[in-house]
Ligand binder design. Sequence first.
Ligand code: ARG
Length: 233
Amino acid sequence: EVNASGEEMPTYIVGTEAQFPPFEIVDSRGKVVGFDVDLLNAIAEDQGFKVQYLDQDFAGLIPALQTGNIDIIASGMTITEEREQEVDFSEPYITAGLALAVPINNEEIQSVADLQGKTVAVQTGSTGFMKAEELKEAGVIAEIKDFPHVNEAIEELKIGGADVMINDLPVTEAFIAAQPDVIKIVGEPLNSESYGFAVRTGNTELLQKINTGLENVKASGEYDELLTNLPKY
Ligand code: ARG
């Protein structure tokens, strides 16, 4: 297949951890869908490249990018200074932030001020994990339990193995929308974070395509359309 400039369309392999609604989730047919996927597909269409999604553990995404197993990370990945040392990020494509969640019947934890001595559940390698480490080093929380997937962290809350979860607010909201009686969000968001697509350091050609495509998809109104039609989990 050729693109608008008559060139053979390149296919890029996209790594994602697809249990992170509404950004990425596997549908009933086993297909990876979600806002990140819709957005990157629109960018690919605009820029004349093809994408193929690979579902894998979040903590393995940056290593997979560095070794060349994947070309792009599209996984609700927050742009951080630490990660900037390891990958190149696109322009930010959405804003989110971390929030606390507790078992539905917990009345004790209302904010970060109530985390003294508590056990925290997080996704391995996530910014929630990094925030938990910060709070542990500061002598606030007592223990961190990390899991490859957010639903496992939620499960840990449910069975009483952890007191609180730190996770991206929109994702925790999506899980709660699907299952309202298990956990609840408490307090204010802990921070504000921006997500970016990541490419291998120095892969400016691909980064340029993603950034230009993102601009075009925003300008055309397609971005806003995708945002208002988020997939239900
Ligand atoms: N935004 C957080 C981070 O960058 C969590 C992302 C987790 N993404 C996922 N698809 N599981 O660390």
